[in-house]
Design a protein around this ligand. Structure first.
Ligand SMILES: [Fe+2]
Length: 427
């Protein structure tokens, strides 16, 4: 989906709507209804819920307030598929989404088609002033669905990883990787200074990317690629998970409490001494696959990323440093291959193939203003106790990310495609 000013035209939004909604459907191909009902932890949601919730967003924020005479598919869904919008009424408890055998998957698809048809009619018939008010919210709904497309994949991966049968989302094709493997890490010096951060205008941005504002960056250097699995294995073999001096206090507590000894989804033949020998396999959306030391390491918590960076004599970048470095590139050129939904090319794209943890707290930019109406709850109220991730991942929907994009998760989260790029202060 392109992100230009033209996106607010009726024709462009209809095309985008068809493309985005079709990708959600494509991501479910090959899954059985039982797969799509799984909820493996409170942070993750069933595929079926994602399909319904993204439709609810259009219904609750576009159709109900703007489409005269709109008839809801089922009034009860307003509670069932509201995620966290206090202003839009009660919600079904998040940890209980996996208990919803009803509506069935077939009913959820009827719900989606009902919303699709209502949106189509609304876009074609809305008066000018109504359209002017609704179009930005409709575009927000498309970006919202793209965010959930990545969550559909990461949530399903987590659920499948807990099944001893090790199911696959779909078969793997060979990863497209440069035959020479990753180049040695090089350090690219950045002068820093007074730079502008935040979305520069032209096309869509979430409210959390605004306003563009000046930031002072001390001179720094950024690694030219992401840390690889092989390099992370070196950290583990050097006692990375046994050396408290490398860890943030909260991170060390998590290591003890959770028994972390390796990134999530690494599979070892010999329990007890993770790291030596290397894992034989990694669990992926294509089931277990051979461990690839050249691939970017991912499914790290921010704590693990920070400890590995400390071990390497480096640190996590700030979000300002990463945005400044990425801003010189066009929109992140991320590979999106349903045949290999797993990071494999550490240096292929400036944005990388795994989200990059930063050391920056997810906080409002100076002058931040939430969106009007219910969408005010979209980002601003989550701006505490989380860290920003930058770039994008192999599972980020095409056209969704940009250099000013701010992803965010609690530092202990490991089920996203989260990796790291090293930074350090200029010598
Ligand atoms: Fe949502």
């Amino acid at each position: 989906m392109s992100t230009t000013e033209d996106d607010l035209s009726r024709e462009a939004l209809l095309r985008s709507c068809a493309a985005v909604r079709a990708l959600s459907a494509a991501l479910t191909e090959g899954l059985d209804p039982e797969d799509q009902a799984l909820q493996s932890m409170p942070d993750a949601s069933p595929t079926k819920w994602h399909l319904a919730h993204t439709s609810w967003f259009f219904e609750a924020l576009v159709l109900v307030p703007h489409a005269a005479g709109y008839r809801a598919f089922d009034e009860r869904y307003f509670e069932l598929f509201n995620s966290y919008y206090e202003s839009l009424g009660p919600r079904h408890p998040r940890p209980m989404r996996g208990l919803l055998s009803r509506p069935t998957l077939a009913e959820v698809w009827r719900y989606r088609r009902h919303v699709d048809e209502a949106l189509r009619q609304f876009v074609q018939s809305a008066g000018a002033s109504t359209w002017a008010a609704a179009a930005p919210v409709l575009r927000l709904g498309l970006q919202h669905e793209q965010q959930h497309q990545e969550l559909m994949l990461t949530d399903l991966k987590h659920a499948f990883s807990l099944n001893p049968l090790r199911p696959a989302w779909r078969p793997a094709t060979a990863p497209a990787r440069a035959p020479a493997g990753p180049s040695p890490v090089q350090w690219r010096p950045q002068a820093g200074g007074l730079v502008a951060l935040g979305h520069a205008g032209g096309g869509f941005a979430f409210d959390n990317e605004l306003p563009r504002h000046p930031v002072w960056l001390a001179p720094y250097a950024l690694a030219t690629r992401l840390v690889s699995c092989g390099e992370y294995l070196d950290f583990m073999r050097d006692g990375g998970y046994r050396r408290p001096e490398l860890w943030l206090s909260d991170g060390w507590a998590m290591v003890q409490a959770q028994g972390w000894r390796a990134p999530a989804y690494w599979l070892f033949d010999e329990p007890g001494a993770p790291g030596d020998p290397a894992p034989s396999q990694v669990f992926t959306l294509h089931g277990p696959q051979p461990f690839d030391p050249q691939a970017p390491v991912c499914h790290l918590s921010a704590y693990e990323a920070a400890a590995c960076a400390a071990w390497a004599g480096a640190r996590l970048p700030t979000e300002g440093e990463l945005e400044h470095a990425l801003a010189g590139t066009d929109a992140p050129d991320l590979r999106y291959d349903p045949g290999w939904m797993q990071p494999c090319q550490p240096g292929a794209a400036p944005a990388g193939e795994a989200w990059q943890w930063t050391r920056s707290a997810y906080a409002p930019y100076p002058g931040f203003r939430p969106l009007p109406g219910p969408a005010a709850e979209y980002n601003g109220k989550f701006m505490v106790n989380q860290l920003v991730l930058r770039g994008g991942s192999c599972a980020t929907s095409p056209g969704h990310a940009r250099p000013s994009y701010r992803n965010f998760f609690p530092p202990a989260a490991r089920w996203q495609f989260s990796g790291l790029r090293l930074a350090r202060d200029a010598a």
